[in-house]
Design a protein around this ligand. Structure first.
Ligand SMILES: *[C@@H]1O[C@H](CO)[C@@H](O)[C@H](O)[C@H]1NC(C)=O
Ligand SMILES: *[C@@H]1O[C@H](CO)[C@@H](O)[C@H](O)[C@H]1NC(C)=O
Ligand SMILES: *[C@@H]1O[C@H](CO)[C@@H](O)[C@H](O)[C@H]1NC(C)=O
Ligand SMILES: *[C@@H]1O[C@H](CO)[C@@H](O)[C@H](O)[C@H]1NC(C)=O
Ligand SMILES: *[C@@H]1O[C@H](CO)[C@@H](O)[C@H](O)[C@H]1NC(C)=O
Length: 340
């Protein structure tokens, strides 16, 4: 079964200063996801459009590296007929790749720009690759989630729930795209909601929707303009929802988490991090206090086979844009998620 069930319960060094993190990949690689190939012992990471790719890919023999940017691969050569088109670089965002049961293939969830008159908005779609984790992924003819009157949808992430054996997709309703201006378009009243939605999908194909999406989180005044980049993690007992808040282009951007003890549908309670700040788990902090990261966000959890512990990949500012970083995660005796 999935190794997500095994969680490191070792104690964090509560008072220790954190060791500075170096980029795993020295290139612009925002909103990363990571997946371990089940048979060939390779990690793959995928990221938002940049470097003349609709979606970027990288590979590594272990999660900590060394990572190689795959220059000859664009896993999503065409984001689909519902989008603004294949070579509209910069407009296809936040991929999440899952493997389907019985080696029947791979699904990539992503968000892409709508065409023509709706081009101010993005929606969430899916593409399927039967043969290779690197694609080419073939897009479905229509998006999976496209709540245009609420601002569209972005930041999808797939989740297989070990507690129920059900498969889900989480994403953000992009309410700030309809905002009245300010930071990320949404700090001038009246502020828009940016709800995080949970949608059940078919366990076998990953793309057939089952039932209606349910809201599992939203922004509040302490989050600033938005919450986004949701990612679900099962800590062995509870569902942990990682999310980013504040504006991605500012130093306030950070990784946070909320916890549900009552199943995948919630209720999720926003928790305070262990590294200072009211709620952030990973935030802008220099040498001596933190990881020496600036505007970290877009976190995706994974199981690190080699270390035998869970981790997250995320992006943070670097000379090239937003680089790929990795951070270990665990749960302490008091049920707090920690990072190391
Ligand atoms: C801290 O991060 C900056 C870039 O953001 C980098 O130039 C510097 O070398 C880092 N310091 C350490 C000790 O890693
Ligand atoms: C798109 O906008 C143009 C110009 O405003 C308008 O003429 C056209 O009818 C619109 N098309 C659709 C499908 O709304
Ligand atoms: C691992 O999988 C990738 C993608 O399917 C493939 O390109 C690569 O050749 C595989 N490597 C090995 C050693 O099997
Ligand atoms: C998922 O799809 C498969 C194949 O079409 C089907 O057999 C199965 O019943 C579906 N599962 C659910 C829960 O709808
Ligand atoms: C987080 O910290 C704030 C401010 O100290 C506090 O009001 C809130 O109750 C805390 N939340 C949790 C879940 O501990």
């Amino acid at each position: 079964m999935l190794p997500l069930l095994f969680v490191s319960l070792s104690l964090p060094l509560l008072t220790s200063a954190k060791t500075p993190k170096s980029p795993l990949l020295q290139t612009d690689f925002p909103d990363p996801c990571i997946i371990h190939h089940p048979t060939n012992n390779t990690y793959y990471a995928f990221a938002t459009s940049s470097n003349q790719k609709n979606i970027q890919a990288a590979s590594a023999p272990s999660a900590s590296g060394p990572w190689t940017w795959l220059s000859s691969v664009d896993p999503l050569p065409d984001p689909g007929p519902w989008t603004s088109g294949p070579r509209n670089y910069g407009m296809t965002w936040a991929p999440s790749v899952i493997s389907l049961p019985d080696s029947s293939g791979w699904v990539m969830y992503y968000s892409a720009q709508l065409p023509a008159n709706s081009s101010a908005f993005h929606c969430v779609g899916a593409a399927v690759s039967k043969m290779s984790i690197l694609g080419p992924y073939e897009p479905l003819p229509s998006p999976l989630a496209c709540p245009l009157s609420k601002g569209g949808a972005i930041d999808p992430s797939g989740f297989f729930d070990p507690q129920t054996g059900k498969r889900y997709l989480v994403y953000k309703v992009d309410g700030n795209s309809l905002g009245n201006g300010g930071s990320c378009g949404n700090t001038i009243a009246p502020l828009r909601n940016t709800p995080i939605m949970l949608q059940r999908v078919n366990e076998t194909d990953g793309v057939t929707l089952i039932g209606e999406p349910v809201e599992i989180l939203d922004r509040d005044e302490r989050d600033g303009p938005l919450v986004e980049a949701p990612d679900l993690w099962w800590d062995g007992k509870r569902h942990v929802l990682f999310y980013s808040n504040h504006c991605w282009s500012e130093e306030g951007y950070s990784v946070n988490y909320a916890v549900s003890t009552d199943g995948v549908e919630g209720e999720y309670v926003k928790m305070n991090g262990t590294n200072g700040g009211e709620r952030a788990l990973v935030m802008t902090e220099g040498i001596g206090d933190g990881f020496n990261l600036s505007a970290p966000g877009g976190a995706t959890s994974f199981w690190d086979e080699e270390k035998g512990e869970s981790g997250i990949v995320l992006h943070a500012n670097c000379r090239e844009g937003r680089c790929l970083f990795g951070v270990g995660i665990g749960v302490d005796e008091d049920g707090r998620v920690y990072v190391d």
